[in-house]
Design a protein around this ligand. Sequence first.
Ligand code: PLP
Length: 398
Amino acid sequence: MRRAGRHFLQLPGPSNVPDRVLAAMHRNTIDHRGPEFQALGLRVLEGLRHLFGTEGRVFLYPSSATGAWEAALANTLSPGARVLVFERGFFAEQWGRVAARLGLDVVAVPGDWRRGVTADDLHAALATDPDRRIAAVLVVHNETSTGVTTDLAALRPVLDALAHPALLMADTVSSLAACDYRHDAWGIDVCVSGSQKALMLPPGLAFVAAGPRALAAAASATAPRSYWSWSEQTRFNDEGFFPYTPATGLLFGLDEALTLLAQEGLPAVFARHARHAAAARAAVEAWDLECFAERAHERSVAATTVLLPAGHSADALRSVILERCDMSIGGGLGRLADRVIRIGHLGDFNDVMLLGTLGGVELGLRVAGIPHRPGGAQAALALLADTAPHGVDSTALG
Ligand code: PLP
């Protein structure tokens, strides 16, 4: 049966792709060794450097972000090297599993999934490493499975204070272009990200930013690498090319997405995400439900993870929402399976899309018989009405 109206894709990524990006990708492939491609290659690599906030290198792969995890590890480490992973969510654990499969010696620090990694956590973990055997620390900036954001800027000072040589690696798959990230200023060595979230592109591109310490480590690291090899990439990237057939269509889209971000301005993009997240949290509070992220300042601007009352199935709620509203929202991953819903509010998103999303969730709560107070969508509407979007002077609207 035909369903009228648009499907709402409100996962915490992949996210909605703006029409301008779709239009930019709707063209024939060009010669990936020719001058037009060269200009495109140089432009997107420079645009990504700006987005990551780095004077270092950004490598780009036609792969999902899981490939970027592997690229980060395979380029900088040697077989058996020790890596520290904070188990604070599904994606942190997955990155650890990738490291283990690559033959690295993974030290997993168990922790509360409802909290981000703090400077104290890192300090305590490194204190157990007096002979400095840990070669890399892996931290997820925005843990998409829990909706918890870690204060990455607080971590480099800990390594410096201990004069610990470990590389600091960050995953910004669901935070890059949604909130502030400063690769160089925060002293991150390697950062992985992907196309399908706040970058407003379809899945299929992965990015790795690498600073001077990471590039130096890559020169002596001995883990086997071929497809992911930075030395191969560097040779070609310097001229705007890639050592393989690039995903030209996605690069047209990336070029346009970077233009859109520049036109809106990153501070405005971040403010937009923060405002929508605040409205989503106002809805959760009004429903008398619980945000999974325990500490208010760690709540993600990209997605809100909501804990359902005990005994109620999050997946049943998601099915109702899909059936009744034609809307996809995220479900629980790993140990949160069937316990939470994850409402995505990232990427190409505006007030009405958020209100539609929250209205759909509220309808679902009602139909599925989940105990809640009505009025969450209304609370979000009030917050949006009372806070002008960045750059809009609502007093001028009369
Ligand atoms: N890291 C984070 C924080 C993610 O949210 C995801 C996917 O959602 C990944 C890594 C893995 O990315 P991909 O599925 O593109 O391989």
